[in-house]
Design a protein around this ligand. Structure first.
Ligand code: HEC
Ligand code: HEC
Ligand code: HEC
Ligand code: HEC
Ligand code: HEC
Ligand code: HEC
Ligand code: HEC
Length: 406
């Protein structure tokens, strides 16, 4: 499920084009960002989103950063000794199940025989093996990994002599069947080998693993065979050996000094933190091609910072973690988010039910609706080839004449 590839950090023209497109208040900040990148320093400026590449060059831990040695990690079983409730709920999140080795993939076990037809080709995914036949010859490769929990899709990574190939076919939940992988050409492949999928360049494979697994890159070296499947504790909090040793020794006052806690970050840093995998505002504006189209709706940090609710530097009430608990499954009821909107917006009658108006609740009230705010102001858009729709995090008044987001 590839998304637009990042371009070179040095592509100034591209960067300018994208920053000019951005809303005005961030323009000056974005220029400052360009200057920062050129200088190769990554000191964060309050309110300024940085690219994940810049974040990774900065000091300290950042998700997807792979410089720590293997022995700095302890694995989530160690965390469970003291944070048992968080471990328990985190196991039920799709993030925890973002990748699995083929033999441990529930979806493959439940669907042991999947087929797909395309022109002269008959594809089959059986017993962790992917094959394609044109009636005369057959090409086949073992499936090494399944990427994606299958909330809407799951993509298979084939492996042959250390070369990873992204399968041409993915499983889609809404179809209960295989179809062409998001981002792959829909034209008929010219050879059986090409029909199996697209070989992944080593750095592309490393990117996939960095976002979907833990500890795939240690001491700056890509070691996919040692990766821990899924986004586990240390994928977000960083390697935990020091924290565990200090806590086991009873030095509880050292907890914050020994592990990254995003709770204490500024709003922009906090959103960039999730953006290490969900793509930051700067990742999209500076490193992705212009006009990539509706696919930007998948990049929530970018969309959120486009919203007037965000303002220029954000607010703790509108970070990702204000609405989502990363240790728990996504809440799938728009009404449940009303309270998040009403932390800033006045209610219809100027106050919340049975509550005096609070001084910090200063954003205007809606004249149209009193509940299910997100259903009107955070519309869902279907993204081509994904067979799924995504929630637009650019919170706004949606008008019929609006063009689709891009
Ligand atoms: C021996 C017990 C112990 C183990 C093992 C342990 N922790 Fe902790 N952790 C604590 C204590 C005690 C605190 C401080 C009190 C609190 O916030 O619960 C803490 C705090 C934290 C914090 C908040 C830091 C702060 O104070 O701002 C995070 C994040 C955290 N732990 C993550 C982890 C992760 C990830 C692991 C596994 C790699 C882990 N812990 C393993 C005991 C432990
Ligand atoms: C190390 C990479 C990484 C980081 C950091 C990360 N995510 Fe994710 N997130 C993912 C991946 C990968 C998925 C897709 C999981 C799947 O369905 O296979 C995902 C999915 C999600 C989902 C969708 C769950 C669903 O039910 O569909 C939510 C919500 C989410 N992340 C919130 C967050 C928040 C909030 C943060 C910041 C605190 C965050 N993520 C940080 C990688 C990450
Ligand atoms: C920069 C981080 C990043 C990279 C690189 C990345 N992903 Fe993801 N992936 C995510 C996040 C975040 C999500 C969840 C949000 C979304 O679907 O847009 C996701 C979602 C998915 C899903 C859908 C999950 C579901 O439950 O429906 C699949 C499948 C997937 N990715 C496969 C891949 C494959 C295969 C690669 C490499 C070729 C890859 N991803 C590279 C971050 C990443
Ligand atoms: C997707 C990223 C992500 C993953 C994975 C993750 N955390 Fe967290 N964790 C966070 C964020 C963000 C916060 C700050 C939450 C807040 O303040 O609302 C946090 C806060 C914490 C805290 C501080 C206390 C609290 O509840 O706020 C502890 C302890 C903790 N995490 C432990 C863990 C453990 C143990 C795991 C693995 C089971 C884990 N986390 C997995 C992102 C993550
Ligand atoms: C951090 C506080 C905050 C949160 C949380 C918040 N907003 Fe806003 N919102 C604002 C501010 C400030 C404005 C700008 C008001 C102005 O300029 O008059 C705004 C503007 C809006 C607008 C008008 C935008 C436009 O395009 O003109 C809508 C609609 C809106 N918010 C809906 C929501 C909804 C729905 C939620 C919850 C999903 C929400 N807001 C959450 C602070 C917030
Ligand atoms: C004002 C509240 C709010 C904030 C802030 C917010 N989200 Fe969401 N998010 C939602 C709502 C509402 C949904 C749709 C839930 C449902 O399925 O009904 C959602 C859904 C998602 C999904 C599931 C896929 C989809 O598109 O439906 C992901 C992933 C996600 N959010 C990530 C993030 C990340 C990352 C951030 C920070 C940039 C963030 N969210 C900030 C309210 C919010
Ligand atoms: C049925 C759809 C719907 C629902 C539900 C809804 N809104 Fe609105 N909202 C609208 C429309 C349409 C407008 C634009 C009205 C106009 O043309 O001025 C609007 C306008 C707004 C504005 C701009 C007000 C101004 O004076 O600038 C805000 C803020 C807002 N809504 C917030 C919310 C919040 C918060 C909720 C939940 C408590 C909510 N909305 C529920 C449809 C809705």
């Amino acid at each position: 499920m590839r998304q637009p590839e990042f371009r070179s950090q040095q592509d100034e023209t591209l960067r300018m084009r994208r920053t000019l497109k951005a809303r005005v208040p961030l323009f000056t900040l974005a220029l400052a960002a360009s200057a920062l990148c050129i200088a190769q320093t990554a000191a964060p400026i309050p309110g300024l989103s940085l690219t994940t590449l810049d974040r990774m060059q900065g000091p300290g831990w950042w998700p997807t950063k792979g410089i720590s040695p293997a022995n700095a990690y302890v694995g989530e079983a160690a965390c469970a000794k003291c944070h048992i409730n968080i471990v328990a709920t985190q196991h039920s999140t799709p993030m925890y199940h973002a990748a699995a080795r083929a033999e441990n993939t529930p979806l493959l076990a439940e669907h042991p025989d999947m087929t797909f037809h395309e022109g002269p080709y008959t594809y089959a995914i059986r017993h962790n093996n992917s094959s394609v036949s044109n009636g005369v010859a057959t090409a086949a490769q073992p499936i090494a990994w399944a990427f994606g929990n299958g909330e809407y899709g799951q993509t298979y990574i084939l492996e042959s002599s250390g070369q990873y190939t992204e399968s041409r076919l993915s499983y889609y939940a809404s179809l209960h069947a295989l179809d062409i992988t998001t981002g792959h050409s829909t034209e008929l492949p010219s050879t059986l080998e090409k029909a199996l999928g697209d070989p992944l360049k080593p750095d592309t494979a490393q990117h996939c693993f960095s976002c979907h697994t833990t500890e795939a890159v240690v001491s700056d070296s890509f070691q996919p065979e040692k990766a821990i499947p899924g986004v586990t504790c240390e994928a977000c909090h960083g390697p935990g050996a020091k924290h565990v040793a200090t806590m086991t020794a009873g030095q509880d006052d050292m907890s914050a000094a020994t592990i990254t806690n995003p709770a204490s970050m500024s709003p922009t840093d906090s959103v960039d933190f999730c953006g290490a995998c969900h793509r930051t505002w700067s990742d999209v504006t500076m490193l992705m091609p212009a006009n990539i189209g509706i696919v930007v709706v998948r990049f929530q940090p970018y969309r959120l910072e486009m919203s007037r609710c965000w303002g220029t530097a954000g607010d703790p009430r509108i970070t990702c973690i204000a609405c989502h608990n990363p240790h728990q499954p996504l809440v799938q009821s728009t009404a449940a988010y009303d309270i998040k909107c009403l932390a800033c917006h006045r209610a219809l009658n100027g106050r919340r039910a049975n509550e005096p108006t609070q001084p910090h609740v200063t954003a205007p009230a809606c004249k149209v609706g009193a509940h299910d705010c997100a259903s009107c102001h955070m519309p869902r858009y279907e993204i081509p080839q994904t067979h799924a729709s995504f929630t637009d995090h650019d919170i706004r008044i949606v008008r019929a004449r609006d063009t689709l987001p891009q």
